[in-house]
Design a protein around this ligand. Structure first.
Ligand code: AMP
Length: 279
């Protein structure tokens, strides 16, 4: 049976009961408006843990753009139905003042890996992520935390956070789930117009082609320039960045012996889309 829980005071004894029975606990942090990408994380959790908690919290602290926060889709009833069908044990849906009560003043800030790319374009975003993820780990006492590779830099920030603060959680990075045309599933995709949705798959196609070209020996700059041109001619209004980086540190890298990642942020129909792939 899937339980809906809204306070830490109610969650604590449930988790303690599981732990007393030596059951392992997985947590899947989300902001709701769930799709198959989120559900793949919950299913993976179910396979690997005796108990799974999915959290739904649209974290105001990680939104640098108030309009994005206001427009963020909220579909609680449908989310709970989906999570029930997957068989998660608890859906934890705290209110903002449950997470950030009066007087809240402590924040968590991860250096280095948080700074480039998303960190530069969205000031304060990763402080919001690191703070809320630390809190969710503390609230749920989870043994394992499930995160999507879709948000590659976020995954690296969480891995760094857990290592640096010795948090007793194993972070599991899960593959990006895509639509048929390659578009990475995202809660923000519903904001695309039909016209935008029809060309959105070009993002994945363009970075996948650039990654192939780089592996085949083409220069990074040339491959990235071609990808940006494809996006502009498909109707994307802005290419914020397309970068080839060290997969772990997110710093620029031409060291082909270390894993590298191509990461992109673009605007289509006034919607900001991100994606990334291994190179
Ligand atoms: P969000 O609700 O956007 O904060 O995402 C919650 C979690 O789901 C994050 O760990 C995301 O990386 C992950 N996620 C979002 N979209 C996808 C996707 N298409 N495939 C896999 N994981 C995803």
């Amino acid at each position: 049976m899937t339980q809906i829980i809204r306070t830490v005071a109610e969650l604590r004894p449930i988790v303690r009961g599981w732990k007393a029975a030596a059951e392992s606990v997985g947590v899947v942090p989300t902001m709701g408006a769930l799709h198959d990408g989120h559900l793949s994380l919950a299913r993976r959790g179910k396979k690997e843990c005796e108990r799974v908690i999915t959290t739904i919290f649209v974290n105001p602290m990680q939104f640098n753009n108030p309009d994005d926060l206001k427009k963020y889709p909220r579909t609680e009833e449908a989310d709970v139905a989906l999570l029930t069908s997957v068989g998660v044990d608890v859906v934890f849906i705290p209110a903002p003042d449950e997470v950030y009560p009066e007087g809240f003043i402590t924040t968590v800030s991860v250096g280095g890996v948080s700074e480039p790319l998303e960190g530069r374009m969205r000031p304060g975003h990763f402080d919001g992520v690191a703070t809320v993820v630390s809190k969710l780990f503390g609230m749920t006492e989870a043994n394992r935390g499930y995160f999507g590779q879709k948000d590659w830099q976020q995954l690296q920030v969480v891995l760094r956070l857990v290592r640096d603060l010795n948090l007793p959680v194993t972070v599991v990075g899960c593959e990006t789930i895509r639509e048929g045309d390659g578009l990475a599933m995202s809660s923000r995709n519903v904001r695309l117009t039909a016209q935008g949705r029809a060309v959105a798959g070009v993002l994945y196609a363009a970075i996948a082609a650039a990654a192939d070209d780089i592996r085949a020996g083409q220069s990074d700059r040339m491959a990235i320039r071609e990808a940006a041109e494809k996006l502009r001619s498909a109707g994307f209004e802005r290419v914020e960045y397309i970068e080839l980086r060290d997969a772990e540190t997110l710093m620029p890298s031409d060291d082909t012996r270390r894993p590298r990642r191509m990461l992109a942020a673009v605007w289509l129909d006034g919607v900001r889309l991100i994606d990334n792939i291994p190179v």
